[in-house]
Design a protein around this ligand. Structure first.
Ligand code: CA
Length: 653
């Protein structure tokens, strides 16, 4: 009763406010340092925004709006309300991403759009010194409490001459056992605009180069069961728009259009802007604007592990080999062993219990692989029909909890429809009830999930190490691919790549015959630093204890998987990358080169004091690696040479 009486007064205040703002056509919101600027506009009834940095256009006038089944909120709109800007200043702790204590400072403003005199939709913009984030809020309309968003007008209009670094989305129900799309295609560097991938647009995130003026990274974050995952559709004239999933994905089941309860919000669309690649590499926007959705049921343990499947394949999922890998993980000081597909038939649950008991005597825990399907594809690997069903899933997780399973790796999901997002969320929430960490494979991009779901560990959503085993062409282009990921895929979310192989050949005997690795051992060490994931199952094998250089194995024993800080040093996506990560008081600088010519660099190392002794892992021109000790000079610089397919790592306290 009280609320009912209050309502007319609130409405009156709002309409007064609306009246005062009616003449506002163009409103600016600037970052705390004043350089990054969003301008919202409603000319001709079309809601738009543009993004400038230091007076230079990075996004031209770009469309806003949602077309819903309760009204078309893409045109005929008037900007009738603009809230007073407020400033957010938040520091949070999150040990599973690239920066354990991010600080997010942003100016926030809400823009209310009306149609035919009625407020219908808010757009909330937040602008930090490096990121723009915005989301829509569809307002409640009388007794209407639900809506379906049929289409999003949201676009990103890039200035002429912008080039792209995008990853095409695979056609639905194509590829291995009709498991696509699953974010497992290559980025094409330095491409021209005006394309639409292979006809299905591009997966998030996407990187754009605005000539010599700088860079823009587009992504989205905060996707839960309350929405679908989106993709980027390439249109004409440098415009990219937000698209919903393809109709045929998920075997045609579930709707493309997300349904929301009113008032209801979309996920955040994020735009990271920089004159250099530094903000692109260091951004934490994916987790800055989301919140934990539940409390962790326990203090989860992350860390390194091994898995036999990457080198030795399906046949290696047998009790004896897994036991050998438990011993191997123990010898490396690793936390875990990932038992991959087919363990249900090739090992069996009783023997898994025995393996888990044996592993625990060695201080090692198991991760178990599961198929997510289900009806959404034909992936035949077992165990199947457990993770897709609440009853079977919870029963299985109870068993896992009893025998001390550390985590699960769930594979072969069915696309990005809202229905599939619900499955991701349900698996995570159930697993937390039983103290289980979750890794997804054959999956969507995790969008802020490290913070939202505290037992989310990592996800594939990348053309990962398995492809190095599948084809020589992948091995030949490994370095090019690896120089793209730190700037795009891995900068918005943890990435379970499963790499850092020290086998020369991708087979259990490490003998000629299989795929041959073209990158150096130091390159393998460098990617253990360049690729961020709080849980890493490295592609190392027990034979590496005797056939790999001891300095390389010693490094792989100590390399952290949790990081406190990241610093961009140098690089160009697709050519080379050098960055630094800090774990406690230790810094690791890692670089790799994909260019034919050796890369010569002088790197500034202000994280260490003059006179500091540093370990330098480097390659000669034949890609023979070695470890040396260097004393840092007064200028705090080192001259480095990285050959093609080679790497460098500098490590010190
Ligand atoms: Ca995969």
């Amino acid at each position: 009763m009280m609320i009912r009486m209050m309502k007319p007064i609130l409405c009156l205040c709002l309409s007064l406010f609306v009246g005062m703002q009616a003449s506002a056509r163009e409103v600016e919101l600037r970052s705390p340092d004043g350089k990054l600027c969003v301008t919202v506009d409603d000319t001709d009834g079309n809601p738009t925004y543009r993004v400038d940095y230091d007076g230079v256009a990075f996004l031209d006038k770009s469309p806003l709006g949602l077309d819903t089944n309760i009204g078309d909120f893409t045109r005929g709109l008037t900007l009738t309300g603009v809230s007073e800007p407020t400033t957010l200043d938040e520091t949070y702790e999150l040990k599973t991403i690239k920066n354990s204590h991010p600080r997010y400072v942003a100016n926030v403003q809400t823009y209310t759009f009306s149609k035919e005199g009625t407020p219908v939709c808010d757009v909330v913009f937040q602008v930090s010194n490096r990121d723009v984030a915005f989301k829509y809020r569809v307002l409640r309309r009388g007794e209407t409490l639900s809506c379906v968003v049929n289409r999003e007008a949201t676009g990103f209009a890039f200035p002429v001459g912008t080039t792209t670094f995008l990853c095409p989305e695979m056609g639905p129900m194509t590829g291995f056992a009709r498991t696509a799309p699953s974010y497992e295609t290559h980025y094409t560097p330095d491409d021209t605009m005006g394309k639409n991938g292979w006809g299905n647009g591009y997966t998030f995130p996407g990187l754009f180069r605005n000539g010599d003026r700088g860079w823009v990274l587009l992504s989205e974050t905060g996707v839960t069961s309350a929405y679908c995952g989106s993709r980027l559709l390439g249109q004409a004239d440098g415009l990219y728009t937000v698209g919903y999933p393809t109709e045929a994905s998920n075997n045609g089941n579930g709707t493309v259009a997300p349904g929301i309860s009113l008032p209801g919000e979309t996920p955040w669309r994020t735009i990271t802007v920089g004159t250099t690649l530094q903000p692109i590499v260091e951004t934490t926007i994916a987790t800055d604007v989301v919140r934990p959705l539940y409390e962790p049921s326990q203090d989860y343990r992350y860390g390194s592990g091994s898995w036999s499947w990457i080198i030795a394949g399906d046949a290696s999922t047998n009790f004896d080999t897994q036991k050998q890998y438990v011993d191997f993980s123990a010898a490396m000081g690793y936390q875990s062993v990932l038992v991959d597909a087919l363990w249900d038939t090739q090992i069996g649950r009783d023997k898994i219990e025995e393996l888990a008991r044996y592993a625990s005597t060695k201080g090692v825990a198991l991760y178990l692989w599961y198929n997510s399907n289900g009806y959404w594809n034909d992936a035949p690997q077992g165990p199947r029909n457990i993770m897709n069903n609440t009853i079977a899933r919870r029963r299985e997780m109870k068993w896992m909890q009893r025998i001390g399973i550390r985590g699960i790796k769930v594979d072969f999901f069915g696309g990005d429809k809202q229905e599939m997002m619900k499955l991701y969320e349900d698996i995570l929430a159930d697993a937390n009830d039983y103290g289980i960490l979750v890794i997804f494979h054959g999956c969507t991009l995790p969008r802020g999930w490290e913070r939202m779901y505290p037992n989310f560990a990592s996800a594939e959503a990348v053309r990962a190490s398995e492809n190095l085993n599948f084809s020589q062409e992948e091995c030949d282009r490994e370095a090019t691919s690896a120089t793209l990921l730190p700037f795009i895929r891995n900068t918005v979310a943890s990435m379970d790549f499963g790499g850092s192989a020290l086998n020369r050949y991708y087979n259990a005997k490490n003998e000629p015959g299989g795929r041959q690795r073209k990158t150096s051992d130091v390159f393998a060490l460098a990617t253990a630093v360049l690729f961020q994931s709080p849980v890493q199952h490295f592609a190392l094998a027990p034979n590496n204890l005797t056939d790999a250089p001891s300095w390389a194995m010693d490094f792989m024993k100590e390399v952290p998987t949790l990081w406190d800080e990241v610093k961009f040093i140098d690089g160009y996506p697709g050519k080379y990358v050098v960055l630094a990560r800090r774990h406690g008081t230790k810094w690791y600088v890692a670089g790799i080169n994909a260019q034919a010519e050796p890369l010569k660099l002088t790197v500034s190392l202000p994280m260490w004091q003059p006179g500091q002794e540093l370990r330098l892992y480097s390659d000669d021109k034949e890609l023979q690696g070695s470890l040396s000790v260097k004393k840092l000079g007064k200028k705090q610089e080192l001259k480095l040479t990285i050959p093609c397919n080679g790497g460098v790592v500098i490590a010190g306290q």
